[in-house]
Design a protein around this ligand. Structure first.
Ligand SMILES: O=C(O)CCC(=O)C(=O)O
Ligand SMILES: [Fe+2]
Length: 277
């Protein structure tokens, strides 16, 4: 289950300016960062999955209501998607931004078809809004999402948007995105909090601190791009499970390198795992 490629990316690691952007803005945008071979191979690998084919066929048949396509955890990864987990560039980026003590949390695969509804502003840090001692203790630990946009997106067509700097505002009930955009938290963030809409060519990636508020615009019914592919890998600082920390398939562990075994050696989320004992 390996590719013959040393890396799927055009770059080896982040620049100092990118690391600074991660801490200051809460995200790093990497347009066209996949090599052409990796981008094309990943698109083919995903497009060839039976359930993806079935979904697209069903959408094209036109006789069903459009429905969202979302798989979590996404485990049937081919060799290219598998390599994403610890590609040298990804390992370098994680190491440079959050250090070496982190685990693989989970991944997901999403396909947005024409007419897909928007996704409102949200954060994805799952220890928030839970008051158990474990959640409070984990509140400030890094939770990083790596968003892959294999066929890209344009403004107004399922584009991602973020509020740069919003990861610096304490996660209280008052810290709602509408109030941030109204300027109420500029002082706490140390900068004016404003929406930034992104546009990214095929083969792009966005690396975010999951504390940052982010949202997705709808896909117009007449979008020139029939399907937007989106896959995501999530890493967490070592510690108790997040809400979606997945079970690692035994065959992943069986064929894992030492480095990978370390990424996979952590508890998965289970019902009641946050309850005080
Ligand atoms: O679809 C996207 O571009 C991002 C989706 C997202 O924010 C999420 O899955 O949490
Ligand atoms: Fe999200």
């Amino acid at each position: 289950m390996t590719t013959d490629k040393h890396s799927l990316f055009r770059v080896n690691g982040p620049t100092q300016a990118e690391i600074d952007a991660f801490h200051t803005d809460g995200f790093i945008s990497y347009p066209n960062v996949f090599t052409d071979v990796a981008r094309e191979s990943l698109i083919k690998e995903i497009g060839d999955l039976d359930h993806v084919r079935a979904y697209i066929q069903q959408m094209e048949s036109g006789d069903v209501e459009p429905r969202p396509y979302f798989v979590r955890p996404w485990n049937d990864r081919g060799p290219y998607a598998d390599q994403l987990i610890d590609d040298p560039f990804i390992a370098s980026l994680l190491g440079a931004t959050i250090g070496s003590d982190y685990h693989f949390c989970h991944s997901a695969l999403n396909i947005a078809a024409r007419g897909a509804p928007p996704l409102g502003y949200h954060q994805d840090h799952h220890h928030w809004r839970h008051e158990n001692p474990v959640n409070l203790a984990e509140r400030d630990r890094y939770y990083v999402q790596i968003l892959y946009y294999l066929n890209g997106f344009t403004l107004g067509d399922r584009n991602l948007k973020v509020i740069p700097g919003s990861h610096r505002v304490a996660p209280t009930r008052e810290a709602a995105p509408e109030r941030m955009l109204a300027g109420e938290f500029d002082e706490e963030a140390g900068r004016p909090l404003k929406e930034k809409r992104l546009a990214l060519p095929p083969g792009s990636m966005v690396y975010i601190n999951a504390r940052i508020f982010h949202a997705v615009e709808p896909k117009p019914v007449d979008s020139p791009q029939p399907y937007r592919f989106f896959n995501i890998d999530i890493f967490k600082e070592a510690g108790p499970p997040h809400r979606y920390t997945q079970e690692i398939p035994p065959e992943w562990t069986a064929r894992a390198s030492q480095h990978r075994k370390k990424l996979f050696t952590r508890a998965a989320y289970s019902e009641g795992c946050w309850d005080p004992h």
